[in-house]
Design a protein around this ligand. Structure first.
Ligand SMILES: Cc1cc2nc3c(=O)[nH]c(=O)nc-3n(C[C@H](O)[C@H](O)[C@H](O)COP(=O)(O)OP(=O)(O)OC[C@H]3O[C@@H](n4cnc5c(N)ncnc54)[C@H](O)[C@@H]3O)c2cc1C
Length: 389
C-alpha cells in the first residue's frame, strides 16, 4: 500500500487534519489507520467560542452538534453566568462527518505496530509507504514531562421530566471536595437529556469509575433530574502539564515523524482542552507548501516548541494549583480566578493571557500559602521530583 500522507490514529487531531486536507488538497492520497473498530470513541469535545479563530470555525462548523450562548460556574462563595459561548462536537457527529468526507481512506481495526518517516508497519504485517507520516495515537507522558491529571466519568442521562437547564454548567464546585479539586460539569443536550460529568483535578491517574458513577447519580437526584435512562458513558484521564523539558520531549520523537494531538503534548496545561491546538495544527499542516515527512515533522516540532514557550505562564498556574495549593483547598484558586473580568477568562481559555492578565491573576491576596507559591515559580527543579502535596 502507498499514500501521500498516512495518519496513525483516527482520533480528534488526525481526523481534523485529514478532513481539512481532503478539502484543500483533494489531489493527495491519504490513509488513516485506526486501531479500534470505529473512529471517535466515546467523547464530547467542547470548546469556548474564543478558542478557535473565525476562519477555522467555518470549516469546523459541520462537526459542531451543540452550541450555547452562555456558560455558568458555581463555587461555595458565588455563582456566575458568563456570556462566553460554548460548543460541542459529539463523537457521533465526528464519525458521520469524517466518514462522509473520507470514506475508504479510513481503515479501522488496523493497529499500527511501528512507524518511520516514510512508512508504517501494521500489526497484521502490511507495510504502507508514505511521503509523510503523522502520529496521533493519543496519550502524553514519558520522563520529560511532569504531569498531574484531570479525570472524570460522564453519564449522558435522559431525565424523566424536562430538566430546565439551558446553559452549560461548566464547573459546579459546590460539591464535596475529594481527590483534589472536584467539580461537576453539566451539558444540556436536549430538554430531557444531560451530560453530567464528575471531574477531579488529581495527583493520581487512578479513577474509581464505579464510585464516580454513584456520585453522579446522587448529584442528578439532588438536582431533581431523576434519570429515566443512562444513554451513554464517557470517561477520561487527561494529562495536565506542570513542567517539562521540551527539547528532550521533542528529541524522543521518531526522526522525521510529526506527532500531533495529545501524543505531541499539545493541550492547555490547566484545562486539559486539546481541541484548540488540534485545530491550529490542522491549519498549520494543510498550509505547508510540501507535505514531505521531515518538513512536516519540523514544522510541527517548531509549533510545539513555540506553544511550549507561550504556555509558560499557564504551566505556572497549573503548579500553583497542584503543588502550591493543598488538594482540599484547590477550589479556592479557581473561585478566585472566576471572579476576574470575563475577557481575561476568555483569553485564559484560549491560552493567550496578556501581560496585564498575568499581573492581575497573580496580584492581590494569594489563595495559596505564599512560601509555597514562591517555591513553584521555576519549573526546572520540579522535574523528576514527586508531587509534593
Ligand atoms: C472523554 C473525553 C472527553 C474530552 N473532552 C474534551 C473537551 O471537551 N475539549 C477538549 O478540548 N478536549 C477534550 N478532551 C481531551 C482531548 O481533546 C481528547 O483526548 C482528544 O481526543 C485528543 O485527541 P488525539 O487525536 O490526540 O487523541 P485521540 O482522540 O484519543 O485519538 C487517538 C487515536 O489513536 C488510536 N490509536 C492508538 N494507538 C494506535 C495504534 N497503534 N494504531 C492505530 N491507531 C491507534 C486510538 O484508538 C484513538 O482513536 C477529552 C478527552 C476525553 C477522553
Amino acid at each position: 500500500m502507498q499514500a501521500d500522507v498516512v495518519f496513525v490514529g483516527a482520533g480528534l487531531a488526525n481526523g481534523l487534519i485529514a478532513y481539512r486536507l481532503r478539502q484543500l488538497r483533494p489531489d493527495l492520497t491519504i490513509l488513516l489507520f485506526e486501531a479500534e473498530p470505529a473512529i471517535g470513541g466515546e467523547h464530547t469535545w467542547s470548546f469556548h467560542d474564543g478558542d478557535v479563530p473565525d476562519n477555522a470555525m467555518r470549516w469546523l462548523a459541520p462537526f459542531v452538534a451543540h452550541r450555547w450562548t452562555a456558560q455558568e460556574v458555581r463555587f461555595p462563595g458565588f455563582k456566575r453566568l458568563l456570556s462566553t459561548g460554548y460548543r460541542s462536537i459529539t463523537a457521533e457527529r465526528f464519525r458521520a462527518v469524517l466518514t462522509e468526507a473520507l470514506g475508504d481512506a479510513i481503515v479501522t481495526s488496523a493497529p499500527v505496530a511501528h512507524i518511520a518517516s516514510d512508512a508504517v508497519w501494521l500489526r497484521d504485517g502490511r507495510i504502507v509507504q508514505a511521503e509523510a507520516v503523522i502520529d496521533a495515537r493519543g496519550g502524553t507522558g514519558g520522563p520529560h514531562l511532569r504531569l498531574a491529571f484531570q479525570k472524570f466519568v460522564g453519564l449522558e442521562i435522559r431525565t424523566a421530566a424536562p430538566h430546565g437547564r439551558s446553559a452549560p454548567l461548566i464547573m459546579d464546585a459546590t460539591v464535596d471536595q475529594t481527590d483534589g479539586y472536584r467539580f461537576v460539569y453539566v451539558l444540556p443536550l436536549a430538554p430531557d437529556r444531560l451530560l453530567v460529568e464528575d471531574t477531579y483535578y488529581s495527583d493520581e491517574a487512578a479513577l474509581d469509575a464505579e464510585a464516580v458513577r454513584a456520585r453522579i447519580r446522587r448529584y442528578a437526584k439532588d438536582k431533581g433530574w431523576e434519570p429515566s435512562a443512562v444513554v451513554r458513558e464517557e470517561s477520561g484521564v487527561l494529562p495536565l502539564i506542570l513542567a517539562g523539558d521540551i527539547d528532550s520531549f521533542l528529541g524522543a520523537w521518531p526522526a522525521g515523524v510529526a506527532r500531533v494531538g495529545l501524543a505531541g503534548g499539545l493541550c492547555h496545561p490547566v484545562t486539559g482542552y486539546a481541541l484548540p491546538d488540534a485545530v491550529r495544527v490542522a491549519e498549520l499542516i494543510v498550509n505547508l507548501p510540501h507535505l514531505e515527512g521531515r518538513a512536516v515533522a519540523r514544522a510541527v516540532a517548531d509549533f510545539a516548541r513555540a506553544r511550549w514557550h507561550d504556555q509558560r505562564f499557564l504551566r505556572l498556574l497549573a503548579r500553583m494549583l497542584f503543588v502550591a495549593a493543598a488538594p482540599e483547598q484547590r477550589w479556592r484558586v479557581l473561585q478566585r480566578f472566576y471572579a476576574l473580568p470575563e475577557p481575561l477568562i476568555e483569553r485564559f481559555y484560549a491560552g493567550h493571557p496578556s501581560v496585564g492578565d498575568k499581573i492581575r491573576i497573580l496580584s492581590g491576596r494569594s489563595p495559596v500559602p505564599i512560601a509555597r507559591a514562591l517555591s513553584v515559580l521555576r519549573e526546572q527543579p520540579l522535574l523528576g521530583a514527586r508531587l509534593d502535596t
